[in-house]
Design a protein around this ligand. Structure first.
Ligand code: NCD
Length: 340
């Protein structure tokens, strides 16, 4: 390869850091920039990890590869399902204990990563409070190690969005015969501070959903949200009318440092997802929530545990989606390195 070839390849990889030259995934930083076929391929790949009885299978797609989980922010579901997915793919898994790591002694993220890379990592799964952390790692620090974004600040949570899409696909499209184009989806609550809302909106749009609604008080909506092509409702009753999917969100108090609401009981009265309100959506509408849930604040326990809730199915689908994304990214990196 000539110097010009190398420069062109580097330039392309910086402009489209997630993708190989052939359009395959090599990092998974956000759903933005991926087209409908690419998102559908992720869903199809994840579907292949269920056997006929709907149980998850094991493969050897990451056999001999070392994956490091770097969670600089708290997590229950995401971290554990990533690890479950890595083990099902046959990877060697290392969990960095951030609380005991040298980032707390003033080491920069760049130095931490370089040191971890020197320990022969093939993939980093990273959650960080700084928006853009995963992109920074993929483009400036470790371009030869697959980077999977497990949530960066308010910015993006692409595997959550894809597990939400897989849940809609399995629980609604496959059961009703409807396609994404025909669905109405309402996202309720703290849209402003939610990386899940941003990634969900982006994935829903790319998959062709035409009626995406956000329902929240003005204070919990980002400025200019209409520009994303969603319709905005401040009134729950109007916003929920006739929707196929209801996605509840937690109030992200920790992101601002001070409580966002003067009273949680007042919020529940106006924006709580209750049995009476769910009746306004289509019969059998799905009730979803990324967790952690605050029962009695954004959702009533009877709805969270009710017949229409697919909240625990989302968790299980998270394993299949994370298997799909990691297997695809590893293959993309191996392709770039000429290993396959
Ligand atoms: C979300 C997150 O961390 O962004 N949760 C998750 O990953 N399951 C949403 C939240 O924290 O409210």
């Amino acid at each position: 390869m000539t110097d010009t070839d190398i420069r062109t390849r580097l330039h392309q990889s910086l402009a489209r850091p997630q993708l190989t030259e052939g359009g395959g995934i090599r990092h998974f930083i956000g759903v933005e920039g991926l087209n409908r076929t690419q998102l559908e391929n992720i869903i199809d790949k994840a579907m292949g990890y269920f056997d006929d009885g709907g149980r998850l299978i094991n493969t050897d797609e990451l056999a001999g590869k070392t994956v490091m989980n770097l969670f600089f922010e708290n997590s229950t579901r995401t971290r554990t399902t990533f690890e479950a997915a890595q083990k099902r793919l046959g990877a060697n898994v290392l969990n960095l204990d951030i609380a005991k790591s040298s980032t707390n002694k003033g080491e920069t993220l760049r130095d931490t990563l370089w040191n971890l890379e020197a320990m022969s990592a093939d993939m980093f799964v990273v959650r960080h409070s700084a928006s853009g952390a995963a992109h920074f790692m993929a483009t400036e620090v470790t371009p030869n190690v697959a980077i999977i974004n497990a949530g960066d600040g308010w910015h993006a949570h692409p595997t959550q969005a894809m597990l939400d899409m897989l849940t809609i696909h399995r629980e609604l499209c496959m059961k009703s015969g409807k396609s994404f184009d025909e669905l109405s989806v309402a996202i309720i609550g703290d849209i402003k501070h939610s990386r899940v809302a941003r990634s969900d909106i982006s994935a829903l749009m790319t998959l062709g959903v035409k009626d995406i609604r956000v329902i929240a008080p003005k204070t919990l909506l980002p400025k200019g949200i209409e520009r994303y092509g969603v319709s905005v409702f401040e009134d729950m009753e109007q916003g929920l009318a006739g929707v196929d999917v209801v996605i509840g969100l937690r109030i992200q108090n920790e992101r601002i440092g001070s409580p966002l609401l003067p009273s949680t009981s007042e919020y529940f009265k106006v924006y709580g997802i209750t049995d009476a309100r769910i009746k306004l959506a289509k019969p059998n509408a799905l009730v979803m929530h990324p967790g952690p849930m605050n029962r009695g604040v954004e959702i009533a326990s009877s709805v969270a545990d009710g017949e229409q809730s697919v909240i625990l199915k989302q968790v299980n689908n998270g394993i299949a989606i994370r298997m799909a994304v990691m297997a695809m990214a590893m293959r993309g990196q191996d392709e770039v390195k000429g290993l396959v």
